[in-house]
Design a protein around this ligand. Structure first.
Ligand SMILES: Nc1ncnc2c1ncn2[C@@H]1O[C@H](COP(=O)(O)OP(=O)(O)OP(=O)(O)O)[C@@H](O)[C@H]1O
Length: 866
């Protein structure tokens, strides 16, 4: 089938003056336009599902785009002869003042569409009232290309809703996902104009107004990204329309003058290639990303100054000629790389008094129009000229990036295409992760690490995605039933992008020279007035009242402090300038103002000292931070740095997991330590308790035994005393072994007395021994059972030779002997002594007591005096 014929717009010159459009009116217009187009002229080419397209199916414009199936760059990219000049222009040598464009110098282009520019909108942006600089969310639109057969989606542009046919929900990437999606805009049909107007134009204006702006197309392969961004001759896409608007905007803005620089690059298999650099086999067109975040820049990157739409078209043509495209199973001219077309827009207020010359009057030259220089090239072109802030006019600087991403795709039959596809999918996956993290951070107010460094694409987009840009994303989907999984995954990406928070800021460079000059003039004037007043003061003060004198001195003080203030401002401006030029260069030394009073000088000195101290501590902390950094030589390559960063990111992630684990189980380690300690010590405690109980039992047992032994001893003592008494009585009665003579009661007593007088033992030692042994035995038992003290104190252990024995003590005195006749032995029965007299009638009791008694008996007998 033939491609859709597109009726080009009427030339702008023949167009009536535009009426400012309201958003609603414009949308209504677009949707009706889309409807007409889609009903009258259905699209013939819908290569969403795997199918090979024949070249005859392609539109004429696509045929003009060089086909590079196996990316043989040198052949495919050959620019026309006319373009050779452009490619050899040394952009660094262009004088920026000579290539400025403004409403007067801008060239008239037959395709100039500046008449379409909404002037009211521009006015608003110039006085800072437009919304395009204030938006803090990404604008997300979805474009559904026309279906070849039946469509799985129902698009409703009026409610900006897209619904998946319920019968197709099983094919969705995540079947649980609801089949209805709402975004900022839903586009259908072939026309590119409404898409540009709704989803990109405000971003182009924002860039013209000083904000960074990004428009990118995202979607599966063959869904229409390149068609949306670049379009065709008949249906120009966002890039040509945006550039037309850039010049249209300049034409309508008489107050400012502009310097425009374009660059075009692609990311192919994770290598950034400069599409405007001269063809190279040495890799000199490979671009490196330097710095991070807001300081990120690309080098070497050729930036070409453009002063007309025609020049832009030439640049675009050359860049597109160098892009890598190839025939895949799904798209005859599939982009094998992500491409980025950048326009750096610098502007400043026009110097109204300067009386500028127009190009026609031999003024400035425009590189796109034969004003090029062609000095010798070294093949390493860098950035183009920069606009300087002059005459007190500040310079605004912004970048407009228009990005055509390569499409996500499945493995193809071609090995090379599959390899490229892997790179494409990986970088798109990283983009998805980055967007996901950014939107989660924004929603949850977190500051989680964003893996920008994981791909060249996300590194390049870092400054914009970090928030300092206005972003519009156009997600393209193929409505085919077989593409539902890819389409839902694209729509989920679109949903995540919507969550990213933006905070774009205008970048303004101030003309410090002009400022300083102004301050200096004012200082001069103030000093002059101050000097006059001081000179007049002696005379004048005499005429003034006290009150007026106070007012006068206050006025002089005010003049003085204004001079001080301006002097400080000059210093600050100088510092700004110096720091902007070279951040590592120290600020120029502060000049002493000799008009300052000693007090003010002291204050200055104090301030300087405080500053010095804080800088010293800053140096210390920076040194410490430097020491903490892992060793990486300054000459380390990007890949080494990337590797280190990846490793560190990995370590951080691991540590985060560990920390989270600890946080989740905070009580667990403590509980375990307690259990371990208890386990280790409970056995010991039990053993100690057991020992203690045993000791107590043993001590109780000892006490009991001691008691028992004491009782036994007392008993034995009593027995012994009784026996002694008995023996004495026995002796006195003369019943001892010598029964032949009847002893008189006095006899034993006298014998005893005699022995006492002669200091003789009562019993001879040899005879006393058995008794002693028995007593010692008892003492020994006592010592074992009780304590030695008790035994030592025992009277049984006395020196029997010098001390009266218990027996002696038990002996009655002489006067008592008379009483012995009446002594009844019956009283001794309980100690085992028989009432019957005689050796053979001893009572038989316990063996030991009996033995002792018999021994005593015998001893007593033996000791009896003869
Ligand atoms: N909305 C549309 N109207 C008419 N034709 C379209 C539309 N969208 C895409 N096409 C056509 O479909 C084909 C593939 O589109 P395009 O090359 O833009 O896809 P892509 O998404 O850029 O693919 P890739 O990622 O492989 O580069 C082209 O021939 C293009 O003209």
């Amino acid at each position: 089938m033939a491609p859709v014929p597109f009726t080009p717009k009427r030339p702008s010159s023949s167009m009536p003056a535009p009426t400012p459009l309201t958003a609603r009116r414009f949308k209504a217009m677009i949707s009706s336009e889309s409807k007409i187009r889609s009903t009258k002229t259905p699209l013939s080419i819908v290569p969403g599902t795997p199918m090979k397209l024949s070249p005859s199916n392609s539109s004429s414009s696509i045929q003009s785009r060089p086909r590079t199936p196996n990316t043989p760059r040198s052949k495919s990219r050959g620019p026309p002869d006319d373009d050779a000049l452009i490619s050899e222009m040394d952009v660094t040598r262009v004088d920026p003042e000579e290539v400025l464009v403004d409403y007067q110098t801008i060239e008239n282009d037959p395709a100039d569409m500046s008449a379409e520019i909404d002037e009211a909108w521009i006015r608003q942006s110039l006085i800072g009232e437009s919304s395009h600089g204030k938006e803090d969310k990404v604008m997300v639109s979805v474009r559904v290309r026309n279906a070849e057969g039946s469509s799985a989606w129902t698009a409703d542009p009026s409610s900006n809703t897209l619904k998946l046919d319920p019968s197709c929900s099983k094919h969705a990437a995540n079947p649980s996902t609801s089949g209805s999606f709402t975004f900022d805009a839903i586009h259908t049909g072939t026309p590119n104009k409404p898409i540009y107007h709704i989803s990109a134009r405000s971003h182009v204006y924002a860039a013209m107004d000083g904000y960074n702006a990004v428009v990118f197309a995202y979607g599966q392969t063959a869904s229409g990204k390149t068609f949306t961004l670049s379009g065709t001759n008949e249906e120009p896409g966002i890039i040509p329309r945006a550039m037309r608007d850039v010049f249209g905007y300049i034409k309508k803005t008489s107050e400012r003058e502009y310097l425009l620089r374009c660059s075009y690059l692609e990311i192919y298999n994770e290598t950034i290639v400069d599409l405007l650099a001269p063809p190279s086999t040495t890799g000199s067109n490979v671009v490196q990303i330097q710095g991070t975040g807001p300081t990120l820049h690309l080098s070497p990157l050729r930036e070409e100054v453009v002063t007309s739409l025609k020049a832009v078209k030439e640049v675009l043509k050359r860049g597109e000629g160098n892009r890598r495209t190839a025939c895949t199973d799904w798209n005859e001219r599939s982009s094998r790389s992500h491409s980025v077309f950048r326009v750096v827009i610098e502007s400043r207020e026009r110097d109204q008094d300067a009386g500028r010359q127009t190009p026609g009057a031999g003024g400035r030259q425009t590189p796109g129009l034969g004003g090029r220089q062609t000095p010798g090239l070294n093949g390493r072109q860098t950035s183009g000229p920069k606009l300087q802030a002059r005459g007190g006019r500040s310079v605004q600087s912004s970048v407009l990036s228009l990005i055509d991403l390569a499409g996500s795709e499945k493995a193809t039959s071609d090995k090379e295409r599959t390899r490229e596809g892997k790179y494409i999918n990986t970088s798109l996956l990283t983009l998805g992760t980055v967007i996901g993290t950014l939107s989660e951070n924004a929603v949850k107010g977190k500051a989680d690490h964003v893996p920008f460094r994981n791909s060249k694409l996300t590194r390049l987009l870092q400054p914009s995605l970090s928030g300092n840009a206005r972003i519009s994303v156009i997600c393209t989907i193929n409505p085919d039933v077989n593409a539902v999984a890819e389409s839902t995954s694209t729509l989920l990406f679109a949903k995540r992008v919507k969550g990213v928070q933006l905070h774009a800021q205008k970048k303004e460079i101030v003309d410090t020279d002009a400022l300083i000059e102004r301050y200096q003039k004012e200082i001069e004037e103030l000093k002059r007035r101050l000097a006059e007043r001081e000179a007049e003061a002696p005379v004048r003060n005499r005429r003034l009242s006290a009150r007026e004198q106070i007012d006068e001195s206050k006025a002089m003080r005010d003049l003085n402090s204004r001079i001080q203030q301006l002097t400080k401002l000059i210093l600050t401006s100088q510092n700004v300038e110096e720091n902007a030029g070279d951040a590592s260069r120290p600020a120029s030394p502060v000049k002493i103002d000799f008009d300052m009073s000693p007090y003010q000088l002291q204050q200055e000195l104090l301030n300087a000292r405080l500053q010095l101290e804080s800088q010293a501590s800053q140096i210390l902390s920076l040194e410490a931070a430097l020491l903490d950094r892992s060793p990486l030589s300054p000459s380390a390559t990007e890949s080494e740095k990337d590797k280190l960063i990846t490793e560190q990111a990995k370590t951080i992630r691991e540590l985060e997991i560990v920390v989270k684990g600890y946080e989740d189980n905070l009580g667990e380690p403590l509980r375990q330590v307690k259990e371990d300690v208890e386990k280790e010590w409970s056995d010991k405690v039990r053993q100690e308790k057991k020992k203690k109980e045993e000791s107590e039992r043993w001590a109780e047992e000892l006490v009991k035994q001691l008691e028992k032994e004491k009782k036994t001893r007392t008993k034995l003592e009593e027995e012994r005393r009784a026996l002694a008494a008995f023996v004495s009585k026995f002796d006195s009665l003369g019943l001892g072994g010598f029964a032949t003579s009847i002893p008189t009661p006095a006899r034993p007593t006298s014998a005893l007395s005699e022995r006492k007088v002669n200091r003789l033992p009562i019993f001879p030692p040899s005879r006393a021994l058995p008794v002693m042994q028995e007593e010692d035995e008892m003492a020994l038992v006592e010592a074992q059972l009780a304590d030695t003290e008790l035994v030592d104190a025992s009277p049984l252990r006395g020196d029997y030779r010098g001390q009266p024995s218990l027996l002696e003590q038990a002996m009655p005195g002489e006067e008592d002997w008379s009483m012995l006749n009446e002594v009844s032995f019956e009283a001794e029965v309980d100690v085992g002594v028989s009432t019957e007299v005689g050796p053979a009638v001893m009572p038989s009791k316990g063996a030991k007591g009996e033995q002792g008694k018999s021994r005593l008996q015998n001893a007593g007998k033996e000791n009896l005096p003869c």
